[in-house]
Write a protein that binds this ligand. Structure first.
Ligand SMILES: [Zn+2]
Length: 499
């Protein structure tokens, strides 16, 4: 997620120093043109609608607690017991789920409720696997679904058994209501998202496309509350960066470890890695990020309202990212503005006393919408020179849609506004990767929307909990979100499930 809910600009910094003169000048130019006052004229925060629980959200909470108790840490995943449990629930609701296990223990469940028309189906999907836990950092056991101080704790509470439980409860409610939705509704609880989707969404899309082909998809990441300088946003994911796994190789003179020399491949590789670590690749303003920054800024107090859009000016972005943002903010925001690479694996000599003639680093590359692995390699050559070689080992294109707007997005925004009048839906690009990469290949327009919120005073940052220690969800905030998701589906599919 691009921004954490902390003050966007470090209050310890001031613009009243010579090196920020250009930024001050730009603010002075921008503010009047946009009808902005120099003072903070934001500050009215409406009180959100009271928490509503209903039978669907209550049952979703029970489902979530049950799902958390299945240890589906990936690797190895072992999603089958959880998938079988979901299957049983669907059968009990009178539905006809399909269970698929592409490898032992890697269970997936797909279920369809037929619609009245041939309008493109809606796919509701979530993954059953979770990332590993570092037990010594957890205050509460991660697989016992304990509730403490209003929060439900457990690995998977926000990534993303919450969404699986919400969708399951809603699908059960549709089945029990006896109503026929306007379009087909497909529910897919899948395996293996955290390790690349081979036994989950990718397998379903490649081997059983007829089961999961949809025009629309609701999955992760988004729908959670995110407070920035007292303003509450709800990110809705509409785009994902692509991936390019690249091997970067340096060559040099081999030799004996006892006699180092000036032509060592390791030295060359080390220089290249240092350069990568200390430089940003060229900035590319994509429509989705531009819209994200402008919308985020438009609701901010001054001076943030004027300063944030300056991130779109490459010459100023460098200063803003390095001098004004905290390192975590700069990391998140920087990843939205450029292609990136992180060196993650090294291959050197076969023996400690042999100077290798060739060494390589594996680079985890991430590409913006509109950029390819080849574009990224070109940028690496420009930065590092021609004496290194680059090989693209694997590539997955980015996922993006030209515009966030659609009937489904409108339903999401209207529902959010009704339940939190001061909240601002914010279409976002995520630097990571989700099942949407695969489901979109069959034509689905994908939105990351698994809504929940945190009490403002708890100062919870979603991204600290996402894959983090003490992962938890606010019990009332979750049920509030289930109600919203239910209303979105009611509206989009012509159903009436809530009183
Ligand atoms: Zn996830």
């Amino acid at each position: 997620m691009p921004l954490k809910d902390e003050p966007v600009f470090n209050p310890d910094h001031t613009l009243d120093t010579p090196q920020y003169a250009d930024i001050k000048e730009a603010i002075a130019g921008v503010a009047p043109r946009h009808g902005l006052r120099e003072t903070d004229d934001y500050g009215v925060i409406a009180v959100s609608a009271p928490v509503t629980t209903n039978p669907i959200s209550k049952r979703a909470l029970e489902h979530l607690r049950a799902l958390l108790k299945f240890e589906t840490v990936n690797p190895p995943g072992n999603e089958t017991p959880a998938a079988r449990w979901v299957e049983q629930r669907l059968l009990a609701a009178g539905l006809e789920p399909v269970f698929l296990e592409p490898a032992e223990g890697r269970g997936n469940v797909v279920c369809r409720i037929a619609g009245a028309t041939d309008e493109p189906p809606l796919l509701l999907t979530g993954h059953l696997d979770v990332v590993p836990v570092d037990l010594e950092h957890w205050d509460v056991p991660p697989f016992e679904a304990q509730i403490k101080n209003g929060y439900l704790y457990g690995r998977g509470t926000i990534d993303m058994k919450n969404h699986v439980a919400s969708c399951l409860s809603i699908v059960e409610a549709i089945a029990q209501s006896g109503q026929t939705p306007r379009r087909d509704i497909i529910f897919a609880a899948v395996a293996d998202e955290e390790e690349g989707c081979a036994y989950g969404s990718r397998y379903l899309v490649e081997e059983h496309p007829e089961l999961v082909r949809a025009g629309w998809m609701i999955g992760e990441v988004g729908g959670h509350s995110m407070d920035v300088n007292g303003v509450r946003y709800y990110p809705v994911q509409i785009a994902e960066k692509g991936t390019a796994l690249i091997r970067m190789t340096a060559k040099g003179e081999p030799g004996h470890g006892s006699a180092p020399h000036g032509q060592m491949a390791m030295t060359r590789l080390g220089e290249a890695l240092a350069k990568l670590g200390n430089n940003r690749l060229p900035q590319h303003n994509t429509p989705v990020v531009e819209a994200f920054i402008r919308k985020l800024a438009a609701h901010q107090p001054m001076p943030q309202r004027a300063v944030m859009p300056l991130l779109l000016k490459p010459a100023l972005a460098e200063v803003l990212l390095t001098k004004l943002l905290s390192s975590s903010q700069a990391r998140s925001m920087g990843a939205l503005l450029s292609n990136t690479v992180s060196a993650t694996l090294l291959q050197g000599s076969v023996k400690f006393n042999i100077i290798p003639g060739e060494v390589s680093a594996t680079l985890d590359g991430r590409t913006l919408p509109g950029q390819t692995g080849q574009d990224l390699v070109r940028e690496l050559r420009e930065l590092l020179g021609d004496d290194l070689s680059f090989e693209i080992l694997e590539e997955c294109p980015s996922l993006s849609q030209p515009r966030a707007e659609s009937p489904l997005f409108t339903a999401i925004c209207d529902t959010l506004k009704r339940h939190d009048p001061a909240g601002i839906p914010l279409p976002t690009l995520i630097p990571g990767f989700t099942d949407a990469q695969y489901f979109s290949r069959l034509g689905a327009r994908c939105y990351g929307f698994s809504p929940h919120r945190y009490p403002r005073e708890d100062n919870i940052r979603f991204m600290d909990l996402f894959h983090g220690h003490n992962e938890r969800i606010h019990v009332d905030g979750y049920q509030w979100g289930v109600q919203m998701l239910t209303e979105v589906i009611e509206r989009f599919c012509g159903l009436k499930l809530l009183p």
